[in-house]
Design a protein around this ligand. Structure first.
Ligand code: NAD
Length: 483
């Protein structure tokens, strides 16, 4: 375990631009002094990340429970502890290979061309509240595997978790290796104005856009992991019962507070009635009750709880039919408990907020279509989503859907699973983000692919660009400029 000179108290007061800058300078100085972080150093830091998660799993889950009002213990361990540890283990398995320089063919036989993957320096991480450990400590794992130092600014909406992160970072790492800064949007703005060597931001599209503007000042490279409305398209050949079970599993996970949640369903018109029946069965089998069910997570705070209530009211006012999936017909009006029943919305129209904004909760609009072309046009008329889900057993239609839509990622015949496979890049496109991490892509994102060329000793190599351009150069150009 690392010894550290900085106390937790002093970390929590690093909020002014000057103090943040000074922390960045200390990290950068340590990075430069270290030179290249060796494989062994990176493995040691990754092992300390693993130890931090394994040894504090219960504290992590309880802080999450406190922050959400109620959060499923097992769900917390699955997404915010196990997944992250698994990702660290994946990095350990592949790191030696990823760190190898790539040898390329050179212009002259005795020349050498290669790419070395160099750590960038200090990486800034800004993370959201919905999977606080996953979305902060997973990117941190890749940044550290790539040999960088890291400063994290987690969300102010999960304060118990953010304090625990600072405490544990302080306990397992020196502040020049990993430091956690506390604060809300104001500190976030000062944090993202720092000239990091790379910044990864996970959060809303609106804040992502502000961050990109701030990053432009120092030409700081950014990875933006944003949100959006992920469409869930059910084809006519799909196994409907299976599709509905999987969609509702994803939509009720973390009570729909997931960037990758199926945001709305596109369904052949004639299947709507059966979809509703299957959805009732699916929810009843997973959550016979909702009010005190330990597996069902609360909405994170009152603001988000009333936002969802308002969006539901807006949809109903404009003609939507709401079907509450509340198997025991419990009274869920207690604002303090913030349990929100999964709710289907039929007869939805474009003027409703639920079809315009990312829902981030257990409301599920169902849009019906007649032809697959119509469904594809519906998706393409909207911003490019983080994910697309497609249920079908028709390979020709699947190819058509994949070819004619664009999204960050795709899961066929399930929801969200592409993001759990460490070997696949994870990221958005357009309004849902830019850049990606996970797997080798995570290592590459936080590395600089440095081109290194060792020149040949042959006289031609020295003379090619040196005037006077005589016959040999003319002959060379004559030979090269051909079709
Ligand atoms: P948010 O954008 O409000 O906040 C995210 C982080 O940015 C927080 O740490 C916050 O303090 C900070 N922040 C806020 N204003 C800032 C500013 N002006 N400058 C700098 N930092 C600032 O997002 P949120 O409500 O915490 O999270 C929900 C959003 O995140 C949803 O849109 C969701 O889709 C998205 N999300 C995306 C992914 C992904 O991997 N693509 C994952 C989870 C959540």
């Amino acid at each position: 375990m690392a010894t550290t000179s900085t106390s937790l108290e002093s970390h929590s007061t690093i909020t002014t631009p000057e103090k943040l800058r000074s922390l960045l300078d200390r990290q950068r100085a340590a990075f430069l002094e270290e030179g290249v972080a060796t494989y062994e150093v990176r493995i040691d830091r990754t092992d300390r990340l693993i130890a931090l998660m394994v040894e504090n799993r219960d504290e992590i889950a309880s802080a999450l429970n406190e922050d959400f009002g109620h959060r499923s213990y097992e769900a917390s361990l699955l997404t915010d502890v196990w997944f992250v540890i698994d990702s660290y283990k994946y990095n350990k398995l592949h790191l030696r290979d990823w760190m190898q320089p790539e040898t390329h063919g050179a212009m002259f036989p005795d020349a050498q061309a290669r790419v070395e993957y160099q750590a960038k320096g200090v990486v800034g991480v800004v993370s959201p509240w919905n999977f606080p450990w996953n979305l902060a400590f997973d990117p941190i794992g890749y940044a550290i595997a790539a040999g960088n130092r890291v400063m994290l600014k987690p969300s102010e909406l999960t304060p118990a978790t953010s304090i625990l992160m600072a405490k544990l970072a302080n306990q397992y790492f020196d502040e020049t290796e990993l430091a956690v800064v506390q604060g809300g949007p104001e500190v976030g703005a000062a944090f993202t104005a720092l000239p990091f060597d790379h910044l990864i931001f996970t959060g809303s599209t609106k804040v992502g856009s502000a961050i990109m503007r701030a990053a432009a000042a120092s030409l700081m490279p950014v990875t933006l992991e944003l949100g959006g409305k992920s469409p869930t398209l059910i084809g006519r050949s799909a196994d409907l019962g299976d599709a509905v079970r999987r969609i509702l599993t994803a939509k009720t996970f973390n009570a729909g507070q997931v960037c990758l949640a199926p945001d709305y369903v596109l369904l052949p018109k004639e299947l709507e009635e059966q979809f509703v029946l299957d959805a009732k069965t699916a929810v009843a089998s997973m959550y016979p009750t909702l009010k005190k069910n330990p597996d069902y997570t609360s909405i994170v705070n009152e603001t988000h709880f009333s936002r969802l209530k308002n969006w539901l009211a807006d949809a109903e006012l404009k003609g939507a039919e709401a079907i509450e999936l509340n198997p025991a017909s419990e009274d869920l009006s207690d604002v303090a408990a913030r349990r929100f029943a999964p709710t289907l919305l039929l007869k939805v129209t474009d003027d409703m907020t639920i079809l315009q904004e990312e829902i981030f909760g257990p409301l599920l609009p169902v849009v019906t279509y007649e032809t697959i072309d119509e469904a594809i046009a519906f998706i393409n008329a909207r911003s490019r989503p983080l994910a697309l889900y497609y249920f079908s057993n028709d390979m020709a239609e699947e190819r058509q859907v994949l070819n004619r839509t664009i999204s960050g990622g795709v899961t066929v015949n399930d929801c969200m699973t592409h993001a759990f496979d460490h070997s696949l890049p994870f990221g958005g496109i357009g309004a849902s983000g830019m850049g990606a991490y996970h797997g080798k892509q995570g290592f590459l994102t936080f590395s600089h692919a440095r081109a290194i060329y060792r020149q040949s000793k042959t006289p031609e190599a020295a003379l090619l660009f040196r005037p006077p351009f005589g016959e040999p150069v003319k002959a060379f150009l004559e030979k090269g400029i051909t079709k």
